[in-house]
Design a protein around this ligand. Sequence first.
Ligand code: DCP
Ligand code: MG
Length: 369
Amino acid sequence: NCSAGLGSSGTISQYACQRKTTLKNCNKIFTDAFDVLAEHFEFNENKGHCLAFMRASSVLKSLSYTIRNYRDLEGLACLGPQTKAVIQEILEYGNSLKVQDVLMDERYKTIKLFTSIFGVGLKTAEKWYRKGLRSLDEVKADTSLRFTKMQKAGLLYYDDIISSVSWEEAKAVGQIVKDACRRFDPDAAVVITGGFRRGKEFGHDVDFIITTPENGKEVGLLQKVLSELTYQGILLYYDVIDSTFDNAQIPSKMFEAMDHFEKCFAILKLKKELVSSKQSEKDINGKDWKAIRVDLVIPPMNCYAFALLGWSGSRQFERDLRRYANVEKKMLLDNHGLYDKTTFLSAKTEEDIFAHLGLEYLDPSERNA
Ligand code: DCP
Ligand code: MG
């Protein structure tokens, strides 16, 4: 129940890290449209338009009222003629022709389908599209394609992975991962991050940050945990990315897509009996488990707060937090640290990082930008 657009204040920041964005979205009809258009431009590698729609969507998600007429848009940041035109169209006709066109577009539909396979990015999806492939069956049947190990797993467990992970399932996976870590280090910190930490009820995977109180003790832990999960027979797939993290590394290497911590992209076999609401459930083939995508990230303790903040998302929140640090504070922020010109600013908690940046602390549930 969102209140009517009682005077849009002009005080909404252009940065998601200065807005509170909970999961309650009063403007879903507009943000769904923007999210489709942003994705369409992403698929066409039009970064500018993609960003414009993502930012506009994010601003509307932060509003405590529903946009009911064009005047409600006055003073809102990040809305340009392009995004405003879509809002006006939806206000007038209930939907947007451009969005309808995109949703019907064969290229959009196919790229969306292919990139929904674990291990398939935009480049691969486009290549398959250009070959004339349009469905998963056609992809699987094409003997000229060479799949990576990740893509093979993605296709094998496609149905399980595409059905989203519930919080109940995430908790059950959390218990398994925690038990495995604590076996080797009783003091290991194991925290669920990503969308579940922001309070989402469903996600596409379960993200974990794992570390140890003593710096350096985390080295070797991941391998032991993976052996344990293998021994239990529940590690369906994994790909370990070794740490390329170097404490001496300073700002020049910033703003890379991926951080340098040791991490693992995995698929775990979750027994349905371990999920409280799904006890003794079997599907028609008698399968009593579900394949779940899991990301494990292992930073050293001195980077823990930065890693946690960086992996808690949302993506738009992270983007704006870095942009804010950079543009407004002339600092560099990434998943490893915060640099003020030449000084490394240390932080034990996320609160410390917000304080360094002069920002009011936002709870993870308020970072759903
Ligand atoms: N992240 C990021 N940039 C990336 C990848 C990840 O900033 N290129 C951060 C923000 C994400 C978090 O890591 O919120 C976890 O990534 P996910 O893709 O798992 O995103 P979510 O957990 O937010 O969503 P989902 O519910 O789909 O898993
Ligand atoms: Mg996630």
